[in-house]
Design a protein around this ligand. Sequence first.
Ligand SMILES: Nc1ncnc2c1ncn2[C@@H]1O[C@H](COP(=O)(O)OP(=O)(O)OP(=O)(O)O)[C@@H](O)[C@H]1O
Ligand SMILES: [Mg+2]
Length: 270
Amino acid sequence: MNTATRRASTVAVTSGKGGVGKSNVAVNLAIRLTQLGRRVVLLDADLGTANADVLCDLQPTGTVAHVVAGRRTLAETMMEAPGGFRLIPGASGLAQVAAMSEFERARLMQMVQEIEAETDLILIDTGAGVGPNVLSFAAGADEMLVVTTPEPTSITDAYAMIKTVHRQRGGANVRVLVNMTRDAAEGRGVFERINAVSRKFLDLELRYAGHVVTDAKVGQAVRRRRPFVLDSPTCEAAVCIGQLAHRLDRNAAEPRGAGLLERISGWIAG
Ligand SMILES: Nc1ncnc2c1ncn2[C@@H]1O[C@H](COP(=O)(O)OP(=O)(O)OP(=O)(O)O)[C@@H](O)[C@H]1O
Ligand SMILES: [Mg+2]
């Protein structure tokens, strides 16, 4: 495949409710995709509780906040992360200060577009909820990977997220990942429930990304500040992430339409 002319595929990792495992999924997925030979960038765009750098035990000298303020370039901010992917660290606590303006979002996306040529896959950890930042990143990406757990509150919020993005931008390409399940069957069951509601009320067919089981090795790895696919490569959760990576990788090989910036600007203008 000619990677020089093919632009990067973008996947927004998002959720309705917080604390469902987005950042752990994003970091570990980035590593597994790198192991499959993809050039992966993880953009930590969570403005409230950004912490991909903490999960990787990195000490950023610059963050997304510096980039949007025009004080650093993306290249200066990007860090080599464990497992070989590149991380654009996020800025914790920014949400309380100010959400990004449309101008700042557009500026960030313009910079991200500059690295599309040298990247196969851009994962964006958007943070949780239906705020303007999360929505614009989610709607601007090729795919939305909505993470939920089997808890009813998490399922309800995941559906609300999907509904809002669908209304903002029809034809949303949505995959659902069910994290912290007992087993594969529970994950599939949760997905079927969300998909049934989506089909009925939104006329939208969702795709199942898969499940990640509840695994004590995840918490252990977080405490050690090492991504669990590196800390315990054969643990159950790592195997699940491996399956997810294979599925996304197949999809990323398909040709794309417009670049990220055009889609984001289109969404902002519309
Ligand atoms: N599959 C799993 N098994 C066990 N524990 C898990 C699993 N996934 C996530 N966790 C635990 O849940 C906690 C929250 O995970 P994480 O920080 O990735 O969620 P998040 O959705 O990014 O949260 P936020 O909305 O605050 O950004 C982690 O500390 C981790 O220990
Ligand atoms: Mg997070």
